[in-house]
Design a binder for this molecule. Structure first.
Ligand code: SAM
Length: 291
């Protein structure tokens, strides 16, 4: 499968779009699948594994014992480490629940012998900003929690893991304009460009949809923009080879195409989700203006 990257997204990311993203989507277990890939052949991994929080996936049972789950995570993360280049980036998206608040941290500690934690990014799904004039702006979506104990959960973690902790990234590719433009001339490091590092809070709302069954038939996706932004932050450009071991319905694949990556590899164990990922990639190829 091949696909043209979206010019707008690529320009935003500071990269020229690759003429074609080559897709290699495979139905099957990711540990076995990654075993077939060449060592050190992948630049960026962006993934969201099952979180063991009892999510109702179609075929995967998301309710193993905690120790068994963490051992399995270590197994697939070791496979990720093997296929990742030494200067590669592994973006691991994990959420928690009020009943399992330690899960993301336990997982991270379990992977400590495999990766350094280079950056912790907070994927903000919903936020309310209060202006000095008393006005409020609320944006994004979240699943309300009806509880006298817990506040609504409006974020997930995005851990940026690398082999040595010193991988150079392209901060300004995902940067934002200066609020105070006088900073552009005042600070030499700007190089005269109106763009600063965005920081580690990324507000990326889910797309508003009319029909879940038709438009997002999966219980636990991340937005396409989240994957695109990870690739842009890694900053390898149009030669990027990207991988998502837990493909779901293919949002990382769409993000890789939007970035203009050279190649995207994905594994998904469930036939229905795999079929949907293929359908979405094909739709992007045929009607890129709809994305
Ligand atoms: C959190 S979801 C990923 C969703 C994806 N990020 C998206 O936006 O569509 C995790 C996915 O991993 C799949 N999965 C579970 N075990 C797997 C395995 N051993 N190999 C490949 N995929 C697996 C599940 O079926 C599920 O679709």
């Amino acid at each position: 499968m091949r696909c043209c990257g979206s010019a707008n997204a690529a320009i935003l990311a500071g990269v020229q779009p690759a003429r074609e993203t080559v897709f290699d989507l495979r139905l099957g277990d990711c540990v076995e699948g990654m075993g077939e890939l060449e060592a050190g052949s992948v630049d960026v991994v962006v993934t969201s594994p099952p979180y063991n929080l009892g999510i109702g996936y179609r075929s995967y049972g998301d309710d193993a014992g905690r120790g068994e789950f963490l051992d399995w995570c270590h197994l697939w993360a070791a496979a990720v480490r093997r296929v990742l280049r030494d200067d590669g980036s592994f973006f691991l998206n994990v959420g928690a629940s009020p009943k399992n608040p330690f899960l993301p941290h336990e997982l991270l500690l379990k992977l400590r012998d495999l990766f350094e934690l280079q950056n912790t990014i907070h994927w903000i799904k919903s936020i309310t900003v209060e202006g000095r004039d008393g006005s409020t702006v609320s944006a994004g979506h979240f699943k309300p929690i009806n509880s006298p104990r817990f506040v609504n959960d409006c974020h997930e973690y995005l851990f940026h893991l690398t082999k040595g902790g010193g991988v150079e990234i392209d901060r300004r590719a995902v940067g934002v304009p200066y609020q105070d433009k006088s900073n552009i001339a005042r600070w030499g490091h700007t190089g005269g460009e109106d763009r600063r590092c965005r920081g580690n809070t990324w507000f990326i709302p889910y797309k508003t949809i009319q029909s879940r069954d038709r438009e997002r038939p999966h219980p636990a996706t991340f937005p396409v923009e989240l994957a695109r932004r990870c690739l842009a932050l890694h900053g390898k450009g149009e030669g990027t080879v990207a991988l998502d071991p837990f493909l779901g319905i293919g949002h990382a694949a769409l993000g890789a195409a939007e970035y203009g990556a050279a190649k995207f590899i994905g594994f998904e164990i469930d036939e229905f989700y795999y079929g949907e990922a293929q359908r979405q990639v094909r739709a992007l190829q045929e009607e890129p203006e709809l994305f």
